[in-house]
Structures are given as structure tokens and as C-alpha cells.
Design a protein. Sequence first.
Length: 130
Amino acid sequence: MLKKIAILSAFLGLAATRAFAGYHSEYPVWVNTSMGWALGSMSSAAAAANTVEYIGCSLWSQEYLGTTTIQASCIARNGAGVTLSCRTQAEPMTRAVASITPYSHIEFQVDSGGICTVIRVTTSSYYNPR
């Protein structure tokens, strides 16, 4: 009986190790309003111990007077509750927003008028939500 328990324990320990194999890094949401800069990974924000942290972007299209525009916005709030957001209609930035997945790390910079000047999306297995 003890031998069966030992074998089962060893198997479960190995299975647990394999389930979380591979490099993984945490990137909590960081916001600096004086620099107009925010960054963080989707998985780190979702797994945060606090209940306030998040980061993400949204994408939508709008038709007005026969003209269709595609718009994006990004928003981040760190663990201290400091928030930063931006918006854009720039096509390269809307494509970056369209590429976001749960495995993404998002960085954005905003000018004094609330317009995104940088949106950087990096997607990698090391941002894998656990």
C-alpha cells in the first residue's frame, strides 16, 4: 500500500511539473501618468492578487455620414489604482490592437490630448496565463 502511494505521489509530482513547464515571466501592470506610459501582460493582470489591476485595448468600427472609421482605445490600471488610457484611428495601431491575445504584453504611450502615440503588442508563450 505504501509503495502504491509513493508511486502515485511521484507521478502526480511529475505531472504537476510538466503542466507548468517552460519559461514564464510576470509583467504586472505599470502606469506612469507623468510619462504617459503604461505596460503589462494580460496574464499577469488577470492573475494579480489585487482586485483593481487590468490592461487591455478595444477595437471598433463606426460609420458616420457614409464614412467608416476604425478606432481603438487602450486602458491600464495598476495595483495602486492609477489609470491611463488613449485612443487612436491610426491604421497601424488598430492592426496592433487587433493582434492582442491572452498571451500578449501591451505597451502604450499617450500624448497630452489622450491620443495613442505608441501601441506595442508582443505575443509569446512566456506570457502564458497560468
